[in-house]
Write a new protein. Structure first.
Length: 223
C-alpha cells in the first residue's frame, strides 16, 4: 500500500448538484416529495464530502452545479460545472487537475475512507492508467486517471444501463490500462435508498432515510 503522503499532486473530485427541490433525485418521487428527495440528496452529498475530505490529497475539488450550502466542508475548492452535458462536465472537472485524480458523484453515500484509499492505491499501481468502479444499474460510481485526459468521456452516453461498458471501452480505445474497482449501488429509487442506508446505519443519509420512512408510513395510515 502506498501511504497517502506519497501520492504525487493527487486531486479528489466530487461532482454534484446543489440539493434543491425539483433539481435532484427526482426518481425518488414518488413516494418522496421534491422537498424530501432534496433532503435525502443533501444527506448523501454531506456524507460523501465528509469521507472525501478525510482523505489526504493535494486538492479536494467539488465540481458544483448550483449554489454552495452549509453542507460543504472547508477543505473543498469549488469549481463550476462547465459543459452542455455530463460527459463534457466530467471532462472539464478532470481538466482542472495537474496529476492523478479520482472522481465520485453524490449517489453512493455508502463509500468510506478505506474504499477511496484502495482506489487511489490501485490508480498508483505500476502499469495502471485508470480505475473504474461499476454501479449495479450499468453506470459507474467512480473513475480515476493517472494522467487526466479529457478525451476519456467523448462519445460516452451518461446515465444509461450501458454507461459503464461504454466508458470502459473508451478507456481501452485510448490505450489506458484500466483496473476495475468493486461494484456499488447508486441511490436512484426509494428501494435503493433503503438498501444503501442499511449498509451505513450511523450515517446522516441513513438517519434521513429512517426519518422519511417513518413519515411515509404515518402518512399512509392517516389517509
Amino acid at each position: 500500500m502506498i501511504p497517502d503522503a506519497t501520492l504525487p499532486d493527487t486531486t479528489l473530485i466530487v461532482i454534484a448538484k446543489s440539493p434543491q427541490p425539483g433539481r435532484v433525485k427526482t426518481r425518488l418521487c414518488p413516494p418522496c416529495t421534491p422537498e424530501e428527495a432534496a433532503t435525502l440528496a443533501e444527506a448523501a452529498l454531506a456524507d460523501t464530502l465528509r469521507v472525501i475530505a478525510s482523505i489526504e490529497a493535494t486538492r479536494h475539488l467539488i465540481a458544483l452545479d448550483g449554489a454552495v450550502g452549509p453542507w460543504l466542508p472547508p477543505e473543498f475548492e469549488v469549481v463550476p460545472q462547465i459543459g452542455d452535458g455530463l460527459a463534457e462536465r466530467l471532462a472539464d472537472a478532470f481538466a482542472q487537475t495537474r496529476g492523478p485524480a479520482f472522481l465520485v458523484g453524490m449517489d453512493t453515500p455508502q463509500i468510506d475512507a478505506d474504499l477511496i484509499r484502495a482506489a487511489l492505491d490501485a490508480l498508483m499501481t505500476q502499469g495502471t492508467d485508470a480505475v473504474l468502479g461499476a454501479a449495479l444499474d450499468g453506470g459507474w460510481w467512480g473513475i480515476g486517471q493517472r494522467r487526466p485526459d479529457p478525451r476519456v468521456f467523448a462519445g460516452v452516453e451518461m446515465s444509461t444501463e450501458h454507461t459503464h461498458a461504454q466508458q470502459l471501452a473508451r478507456l481501452t480505445s485510448l490505450g489506458m490500462r484500466t483496473q476495475a474497482l468493486g461494484h456499488l449501488r447508486d441511490v436512484d429509487t426509494f428501494p435503493d435508498a433503503l438498501a444503501v442506508a442499511a449498509l451505513t446505519p450511523t450515517s446522516r443519509f441513513a438517519h434521513a432515510v429512517a426519518d422519511l420512512g417513518v413519515r411515509l408510513y404515518a402518512g399512509a395510515h392517516t389517509r
